[in-house]
Design a binder for this molecule. Structure first.
Ligand code: SF4
Length: 362
């Protein structure tokens, strides 16, 4: 009986892999089956998803670097966030750092291999002066390193703000969906899932490369995980950060440790099958949840953050670079496109203004 179940799973995994390699849509039940796989099947799942990763991204690893331009004091109440309203987490709180400081931090990161700089600020969304300030920072970074990608993450956008960021030279906008629509009220009461969808759509329509992902380890079910993956797929992001909850004391989810390294690998494998040719990024929490299995995750994700996160320390950059080399991967060069040609061309077209006629699922 056990042999028959194993054979059925092998057949299913083979079907899922072939679909992903062809860039066909892997359906909901198939994605759920990846999450429900047994520990005995885990290495088979990783090996299958690794084939998909290699097909579209080879052995390249893209490095991204976060610059936290404004930290803490947010009026929103996202339960997972150390910067939320009422958070007593021990984090640094400051209002906007100046352009020179952000540009210097970016330059140092670029020198050690960062290909994308992510400019992040806490808050519900930017005011007009905030957009001016960030536009100046984008310009300063681009002036000193024209080839670097700059992604901006400022929360919910109002009409016209995405256009202004694109005109300032920003390449991408990050706004995560975080969890499923059904589960969203469990993690936030001050804005909605639909608000987040609207901002990702706004950024994409303005010609910015949409970056949107999720956080896991917040009590969500397998259905929630697949639902948010499918909602993301409908938005057609170019990059998808996969975060694992950093359970800050002083937040409602403080002390919640429900993930295992195996569960994290299944989630990353599921995202690789759902997004075969899209940048899938290991993001916050990888060190504390994947632990000694981090190198295996490189076979699934083609991108990761280098160094620290918004309000917590990551592992030192030299450890990340050593891990990448030891696992047989290479850091992606500044002049190598991250996405395969068919997707890279869409990003260029969107930016030139042809994106409004691009179907959402491309
Ligand atoms: S996730 Fe963003 S919007 Fe939510 S509390 Fe944190 S900084 Fe504020």
């Amino acid at each position: 009986m056990a042999d028959m179940a194993a054979t059925l799973f092998d057949d299913l995994l083979s079907t899922i892999t072939d679909k992903a390699l062809r860039r066909d849509v892997v359906d909901r039940d198939e994605l759920l089956a990846v999450l429900a796989s047994e520990d005995d099947e885990l290495l088979d799942v990783v090996a299958a998803a690794a084939r998909v990763r290699r097909r579209f991204f080879g052995r390249r690893v893209k490095l991204n670097y976060l610059v936290n331009m404004k930290s803490g004091m947010c009026p929103e109440d996202c339960t997972y966030c150390s910067q939320r309203l009422g958070s007593t987490a021990q984090i640094m709180k400051y209002s906007w750092i100046d352009t020179g400081e952000a540009a210097d931090a970016s330059r140092r990161a670029i020198e050690v291999g960062a290909k994308r700089i992510c400019l992040v600020a806490s808050g519900r969304g930017p005011g007009e002066r905030d957009i001016d300030r960030v536009a100046g920072t984008v310009a300063a970074i681009k002036n000193s390193a024209p080839g670097v990608e700059v992604c901006v993450c400022l929360g919910l956008l109002k009409d016209g703000q995405a256009d202004r960021l694109r005109e300032a030279g920003a390449d991408a906008y990050n706004h995560n969906l975080n969890t499923s629509a059904d589960n969203y009220a469990e993690i936030c009461s001050t804005h909605t899932f639909d608000d987040r969808v609207a901002t990702v759509t706004e950024a994409k329509t303005a010609g910015l490369s949409p970056c949107s992902g999720a956080i896991f380890g917040m009590g969500e079910s397998d259905d929630d995980i697949v639902d948010v993956a499918m909602a993301l797929r409908d938005l057609g992001p170019d990059s998808v950060p996969v975060n694992f909850l950093i359970p800050f004391q002083g937040t409602p989810l403080g002390g919640r440790w429900e993930l295992t390294p195996q569960r994290c690998l299944r989630i990353l494998a599921m995202f690789r099958f759902a997004f075969p040719d899209v940048e899938v990024r290991m993001a916050g929490g990888r060190e504390i949840h994947l632990r000694s299995l981090q190198p295996l995750a490189l076979h699934l994700a083609n991108s990761m953050f280098l160094g620290d996160y918004l309000t917590s320390e990551g592992q030192p950059g030299q450890d990340d670079r050593a891990m990448i080399a030891d696992a047989g991967f290479v850091i992606e060069g500044a002049d190598e496109p991250t996405l395969p040609a068919h997707r890279h061309d869409l990003v260029t077209l969107r930016r030139r203004g042809a994106g409004s006629s691009t179907p959402a699922n491309t």
